[in-house]
Write a protein that binds this ligand. Sequence first.
Ligand code: SF4
Length: 445
Amino acid sequence: MQRAIASSGIQIRPGIDLCQSDLPLDWYQPEFKPYAEEYLALPDRQPETVLPWLDSYVRPAIEHFGDSLLLLAHFYMGGEIVKLVERYGGSIGDSYALALMSQRSPRASIIVQSAVHFMAEAVAILAEPHQQVWITNPKAGCTMEMMAKEDAVAPIADQLIERCGEDLIVVAYMNTSGRVKALAGRTGGATCTSSNAHLVLDWARRRASKVLFVPDRHLGQNVADRIGIPDERVAVLPWDWLGDELPRLWPHLDRADLLLWGAYCGVHTVFRPEHVRAWRERGWTVLVHPESPREVVRAAHGSGSTSYLWNAVMRAEQGSRFAIGTEGHFVRNLREQASLRGIHVEHLAAVPLPGALPVAGCGCATMSRNDPPHLAGLLDLLRKGTPPDLNRVLPGDEMNERTGVRERLDTVDRDELIVHARRALRRMIEITEGGSAPPASERRA
Ligand code: SF4
């Protein structure tokens, strides 16, 4: 699993554009506005201009904190943050690798993450008491996770548990809050990521006759396909209206072994089987992320996590051509790196279809709210000892990314949540690290 933390190799070269897009000034917390104003006033986004400005804030923070500072970013962050975090000695990973970073970096007491909120919270859940976790922009949330907040999931899970008892366990995808992960832990379930969901769901089905999988219906359907659960044993629960209406569905739900929360990722559901066919007809290899619809995954040559996609391309022979179905910034970063090895990469939806315009490459807009002014500002404020509490991430925090309000648990409830959420995360780690199938076994057609 250490593989996912290996350097991305992404280089900052003279003349390249560093910025994906600038946020409007009123999207910044008041404490970050001075940094954003300076950044927006820079004459351009070239490394020669941006780097000296960033260095003036980031270098003093690095000198101040030394080894106790750990910078992290997710693969889906725009190219500039990936490049900058690595430039300053930080690490890039997928959500699984990031979650393990607090444990693997015991000297780090200040962990600063540029990614979405659930990823920072997973780090906080596994952190030791001396380790603080901070997010550069607390309004960077995962829209799929927002469709599966605890107040929506818990009432449904309670009704299912009342009906099924110990025959039901909950499996929470990494894209959930700590509160939903704790719910999984309480039922004897586990968390999972896209790289190990098949192992975890297989394990769960041997322990209970019914599994509630939260939140991604497409990943759930793709894993069901992979481990051989027939469609008639799978039920999809609408994510946005159930509540009191659940009993109406009992006849359907009683027949199912796998209940899928009906949320989805808007970034991964732009893909169509027609996109795959168009690239295949041109002789390109198509690899997709399993948050894509099942028809897309079935039509592709292969599917797997971000680490799988990155490695499959970077290890290919010179001259290979890949159409990649996942988040747009990731594909852009991959294209840039692969081109240095003579490998061609395009975004899956960038192919023209009859009667439809090509999609430029859909990026995770909420994750991209972590930009250079947020990174510079948070590090500078931490160094000065005046970081906004809103940017501190504690286990069990319920962050409303729309209103910017963070709701904290009291110490007793937080400690209890940590116990259950850790249990769910550690089960995943045990299943994955001790699992029989390594990630390289991810499906290839
Ligand atoms: S790409 Fe989709 S699933 Fe991933 S963090 Fe963004 S919204 Fe969430």
